[in-house]
Ligand binder design. Structure first.
Ligand code: TXA
Ligand code: MG
Length: 428
């Protein structure tokens, strides 16, 4: 029997008063006094559901939407794997709302009064709360459900910076195991509607806190190995990590399709990285960033000539709009994508230049969705998964994506996700 899935709206500004300690940091103990607003009510309902229900709850983080469950309960964590159809050997990240809560999951070492390994302190100080996950030793007699670690001797943890996520963890009083809230292999969800599309009928509650700010998942790092390494590129770039004491020599330990120079040959250490991932139904063709625009247009024409009726072009930094008669202006474009212009201070997920082109060639109708998600890497990261999903919904058969060659910020994460979604590459 499918479940009744409800999307509950939460305006983070209405949920109540966050009282931080003198340090004014979420790292130190803090409390939330919920208000009596509908938003606070919805949040409390989700928190109670996490304490008692069989089903996980979807909630926004600053990276992507997560599918959370009590990390201390096997039954609850199994519900995540079931809802997502996730392979059982792919471990989950534990989300905490304070360092106190993290310490309770670790045992103090003999000589160390603080059970959090020293190597992580510079990262925590600089990036938490925020989009970086760290690998920690799972102690003997661990309180975590074994399904969280899926057989690894370590567990991954992060403190999200999204206030709604922090409030949910705090109000439930539980560390939350949470993978991205997509069905396994699909692009990660960056809006509540994406979660509903994948998990409708499989979960009871989706908290809607608007689109995600970062748009790609957290960086996963292992500081327990020597040298420390990056297991998954994400919201925090390697250059930023290198600036931290003890992390100057951090190495890359993930494989990245064609990004030859950046990768080292080794078996993926984050089990999740070996699976097919981030894939829309449409064929994704990743085009090298230095490829001249004419070559891209040739490809598009060739696709039309060989019978592809619906094509997506995702532009990032430098491609010009695809020439063609524009039949849809920007407002209509947003509507076509099922979106309203944002009024809540968030950027619109498709840019001003986006358009829908219709044409007729060799007796056939075709259409091109020409969508700009750039030019800045922050915008590209934020809009990427959403654009892939939206083009899929429009029945697009082939998506040409303009690759990026930036260093820094989330660029490596964007190219990593694209290389996993792509089935073809076009080089300069
Ligand atoms: O931004 C994020 O990290 C999002 C939001 C919801 O917080 N979560 C997320 O979770 O992306 P998920 O499950 O989609 O990806 C977790 C990644 C996987 O590649 C998994 O293999 C790796 O982290 N991982 C988790 N625990 C691990 C462990 N103990 N050792 C190695 N890799 C681990
Ligand atoms: Mg995921």
């Amino acid at each position: 029997m499918p479940l009744n899935t409800r999307i509950l709206a939460v305006d983070v500004n209405e949920i109540g008063n966050f009282s931080l300690s003198k340090s004014n940091s979420f790292l130190d103990p803090w409390v939330l006094e919920p208000s009596s607003s509908p938003s606070a009510y919805n949040l409390l309902e989700a928190a109670v559901s996490l304490q008692s229900s069989l089903y996980p709850v979807a909630f926004p983080t600053e990276t992507v939407y997560g599918l959370g469950a009590n990390a201390l309960s096997s039954r609850a964590v199994k519900g995540i794997y079931e809802a997502k159809q996730r392979p059982a050997d792919n471990p989950l990240i534990v989300h905490v709302a304070s360092l106190e809560q993290l310490r309770r999951l670790l045992s103090p070492g003999k000589d160390e009064p603080d059970p959090i390994p020293q190597v992580y302190l510079p990262l925590i100080k600089r990036f938490w709360p925020g989009p970086i996950s760290i690998l920690l030793p799972n102690p003997d007699g661990s309180r975590l459900a074994p399904e969280v670690t899926a057989g690894q001797p370590t567990f991954a943890a992060r403190m999200p910076s999204n206030k709604l996520a922090l409030a949910l963890i705090q109000l439930s009083g539980l560390p939350l195991a949470a993978p991205s809230a997509n069905a396994s292999t699909r692009p990660s969800p960056t809006a509540a509607q994406h979660v509903a599309h994948d998990l409708e009928g499989r979960i009871e509650i989706i908290l809607d806190g608007g689109p995600c700010d970062v748009g790609v998942e957290s960086t996963v790092v292992d500081g327990l190995s020597n040298p420390p390494c990056i297991l998954r590129p994400g919201g925090i770039g390697i250059e930023e990590i290198r600036k931290c004491r003890g992390w100057e020599g951090v190495v890359i330990a993930y494989k990245d399709g064609k990004l030859g120079e950046m990768e080292v040959e080794m078996k993926p250490r984050a089990p999740g990285m070996k699976y097919k991932h981030y894939s829309p139904t449409a064929k994704v063709v990743l085009v090298d960033s230095h490829t001249p625009q004419t070559k891209v247009q040739d490809q598009v024409h060739q696709a039309v000539n060989t019978g592809t009726r619906s094509i997506g072009v995702l532009r990032t930094k430098s491609w010009d709009p695809i020439p063609g008669k524009m039949v849809t202006d920007r407002t209509d474009m947003l509507k076509a994508f099922g979106l309203e212009p944002q009024t809540n201070g968030y950027e619109d997920p498709v840019s001003l230049e986006s358009k829908h082109i219709k044409g007729h060639l060799g007796g056939r109708d075709y259409e091109i969705w020409d969508v700009s998600i750039g030019p800045s890497i922050v915008e590209v990261a934020r809009g990427l998964f959403s654009a892939l999903r939206e083009l899929d919904l429009r029945g697009v058969e082939t998506i040409f994506v303009e690759g990026i060659d930036d260093q820094g910020e989330a660029a490596a994460a964007v190219m990593n996700r694209l290389s996993k979604a792509a089935s073809e590459w076009v080089g300069a």
